[in-house]
Ligand binder design. Structure first.
Ligand SMILES: Cc1cc2nc3c(=O)[nH]c(=O)nc-3n(C[C@H](O)[C@H](O)[C@H](O)COP(=O)(O)OP(=O)(O)OC[C@H]3O[C@@H](n4cnc5c(N)ncnc54)[C@H](O)[C@@H]3O)c2cc1C
Length: 381
């Protein structure tokens, strides 16, 4: 246990660490080979409540704090990022808008199913012509004379597009106002007429939990599926992404810890020039650099999550953590492959897939350039 964490968070960390080491981590290479998480492990995560870490207890969740969410994401990152991606919609960007701005009726209806893992949640903001510039979305929500709205548009790169049951979808309700009151968040259920998964988008990494393109063609959405108020969707998305950035920093940290553990084990056991690699100063320097970055990220991340739990706004700080942790992960993955030599390039070595997965962390939920823009805007404000 980490003595600096509150008791409930420390206990959650210990239990998750045990689960990761005993059940999840040993399956890493099999998951990579099969491109799927074994159903028995999904069932185990469901039964232990990992789909509802941040959902309040009254809806069947664990009711953990942001700090609790962060330590869970860190631990899961040590096993395989697919575990993070499997549960992070239900604990993060797929439910945060609903949790914060949803009506009681929406919460009663959806949260118990999400907390139990019976349903999976996804977040659909990005479009072919609107990535970093999210306010440029073209998906429209037109008021319908019979009530509610009709959605028209395309979303792409949407994680869990093929397995999700509930999508938070952002659409223009006032194209002239866009980010200033013209975008609204909607809850769209799988199976709604006019809503379909057009295709899975094959990717460099992260292909156990997939991304896909969603199409909305005259898709009806009732008024009671609007999250918060009409026109407040953009602000809601930006708040949700703040939490998402802490979550991604935590996943990056867990992945770095795993890279370091694998690298230490390899450096101790691999002998060249009649001694273990671990005795070579060049190898030691790489191990030391990764260990140093881990030691810098963890306390800063825990502190930001704790501050968020106290009600403080951590927007620019979350951007700094996402920026630094995702870039440090890239460096750590590169060093880990180098320490493993040719073995690090082979599919039967776990660092190979982490190297590929690491690349996406500098892109998702705002690229490094966009994080720097958020930080600089705050400095110059
Ligand atoms: C694996 C994966 C999973 C994803 N999952 C989801 C999801 O679940 N839901 C969702 O909504 N989206 C998702 N996304 C989309 C992701 O958030 C976007 O890819 C990301 O925001 C970048 O947008 P873009 O790809 O359109 O790049 P672009 O915006 O086209 O950017 C291209 C390059 O230009 C740079 N750039 C752009 N504008 C500026 C600027 N003003 N100054 C400097 N540089 C700039 C960018 O940093 C980047 O390097 C996912 C993406 C990936 C790869």
């Amino acid at each position: 246990m980490d003595p600096r964490l509150p008791d409930d968070v420390a206990l959650l960390q210990t239990e998750t660490r045990r689960l990761v080491d005993r059940e999840l981590r040993p399956q890493t290479l099999a998951i990579e080979r099969e491109r799927a998480i074994p159903p028995s492990l999904i069932a185990l995560l469901r039964s232990l409540g990992y789909f509802g870490v941040t959902i309040p207890e009254r809806y069947g969740g664990m009711g953990a704090s942001c700090l609790g969410h962060v330590v869970v994401q860190e631990e899961l990152g040590r096993a395989h990022p697919a575990f993070n991606l499997l549960v992070s919609g239900n604990n993060g960007i797929g439910v945060m808008g609903l949790l914060r701005d949803g009506t009681d009726a929406q919460k009663e209806r959806f949260l118990p199913r999400l907390a139990s893992g019976e349903w999976i949640a996804a977040f659909a903001l990005t479009e072919p012509n609107a990535g970093s510039d999210a306010a440029a979305i073209e998906t429209r929500a037109e008021p319908h004379p019979g009530g509610g709205f009709r959605l028209h548009g395309v979303k792409h790169f949407i994680t869990r597009a093929d397995i999700a049951h509930l999508f938070t979808v952002f659409a223009l309700t006032d194209p002239k106002r866009r980010a200033r009151g013209g975008i609204t968040a909607f809850l769209v259920e799988k199976g709604t007429p006019g809503f379909r998964l057009a295709r899975i988008q094959e990717s460099m990494g992260s292909d156990v939990i997939k991304q896909g393109e969603l199409v909305f063609e005259d898709c009806p959405v009732d008024d009671d599926h609007v999250i918060g108020r009409v026109g407040e969707g953009f602000q809601s998305a930006m708040r949700v992404l703040d939490l998402g950035r802490l979550s991604l920093a935590a996943r990056s940290l867990g992945m770095m810890e795993e890279l370091l553990a694998l690298s230490l084990a390899h450096a101790r056991t691999r002998t060249q020039f009649k001694k273990p690699l671990a005795e070579q100063p060049a190898i030691q320097a790489m191990l030391a650099d990764t260990a140093t970055e881990i030691a810098m990220i963890r306390p800063a991340l825990y502190q930001a999550a704790w501050r968020r739990d106290q009600g403080e706004s951590v927007g620019p700080n979350a951007a700094m953590l996402k920026l630094f942790a995702s870039e440090a992960l890239g460096r750590a993955a590169d060093r880990a492959v180098q320490i493993h030599g040719g073995m690090g390039f082979m599919k039967d070595c776990a660092v190979e897939h982490v190297y590929r997965e690491a690349r996406m962390m500098r892109i998702i939920e705002g690229t490094s350039e966009i994080q720097r823009m958020i930080i600089a805007r705050d400095l110059l404000a």
